[in-house]
Ligand binder design. Structure first.
Ligand code: 13P
Ligand code: SF4
Length: 298
């Protein structure tokens, strides 16, 4: 299967991009593995004719928006992100009327339609920097209310209004104070993703995006880390930093990230399905918001 995939990839001049939460056998075959921001930036830089995104739909959509003339496929059509579905275009339109002076910042974990209505997008790696770059005092921020709370804590001078108030990721809200206690008993540091609830963020030693975890771990240290995000992240860190101890929570599984098997990847390369197709006007508007983010993050 691996041989087939490598041969098809070469034959089609394809690039395989995988998120840090993808199963390790998919990550092993990918040309690029990274967090949402890294995948977006690399998607823009690639010259490949065919881009296969192993992740969830919003990641494939972002790659397509940044590469409108290339073919972008996602191996499993219904690999979605339930967090993205919390925010609707109607919510953004209504909020803009209620807060005419506010800027709208949309997390990349969102639909293309929501991005098209944003002033700028952000990822968990650059959310603070993106909001700090805006002159508006009031920021409408969605769909993750926990990431909004993190940005609010870092930038107390701004008023961050979560849109909607309770938007969340079920994987990250699954972390509890009991997990904090268990991690403390094991020793070492707690490293949490900003999608975790504020009471967990307050207890963590570090808060980082998945790419931030990779970079922070590169700085060294020999303490064990308890990784408070999707469990595959710890596997990725173990591959990158052999000999170091990373604990995962076995129940922290993003079901949609686990929908892609090697068989699906092979089929996607062979048949070039499932192609991401979006209305051109939605792509044009969303691209402006994403490129503005990339300019801030670079
Ligand atoms: P990152 O941008 O940190 O990779 O996060 C994406 C995501 O879906 C987190 O659940
Ligand atoms: Fe979406 Fe949560 Fe899965 Fe990330 S872990 S892709 S936010 S459902």
């Amino acid at each position: 299967m691996e041989k087939d995939i490598r041969a098809l990839k070469a034959e089609k001049s394809a690039v395989i991009m995988a998120h840090n939460y993808q199963p390790m056998e998919i990550q092993d075959l990918a040309d690029v593995v990274g967090d949402s921001l890294e995948l977006a930036v690399k998607a823009k830089e690639t010259a490949a004719d065919l881009i296969v995104v192993c992740g969830v739909r919003f990641m494939a959509e972002t790659a397509k928006i940044l590469n409108p003339d290339r073919k972008v496929v996602i191996p499993v059509e219904d690999a979605g992100c339930p967090l993205a579905d919390f925010l609707t275009p109607e919510m953004i339109r209504e909020a803009r009327q209620r807060y005419p002076d506010a800027a709208v910042v949309v997390y990349v974990n969102s639909t293309a339609e929501s991005k098209a209505l944003a002033d700028i997008t952000c990822t968990s790696a650059n959310a603070v920097r993106v909001v700090a770059s805006l002159s508006n005092d009031t920021i409408l921020f969605g769909p993750d209310a926990n990431l909004a709370a993190y940005v609010q804590r870092e930038l107390p001078e701004k008023t961050i209004i979560p849109l909607p108030p309770g938007g969340h990721c079920y994987v990250h809200t699954g972390f509890t104070l009991a997990d904090v206690e268990a991690a403390r008993r094991k020793g070492g540091q707690i490293v949490c993703h900003p999608e975790c609830p504020p009471e967990i963020q307050e207890q963590a030693d570090r808060i980082a995006s998945t790419g931030g975890m990779v970079r922070d771990a590169a700085a060294g240290g020999d303490e064990p880390w308890s990784i408070f995000t999707e469990r595959e992240m710890a596997s990725r860190l173990r591959v990158l930093y052999p000999g170091r101890v990373f604990y995962e929570k076995p129940e922290a599984v993003c079901a949609d990230m686990k929908k892609i098997y090697l068989e699906d990847l092979r089929r996607a390369l062979e048949s070039e399905e499932h192609e991401v197709i979006l209305p051109p006007e939605v792509m044009d508007r969303a691209r402006r918001a994403i490129e503005r983010m990339i300019a801030v993050g670079a």
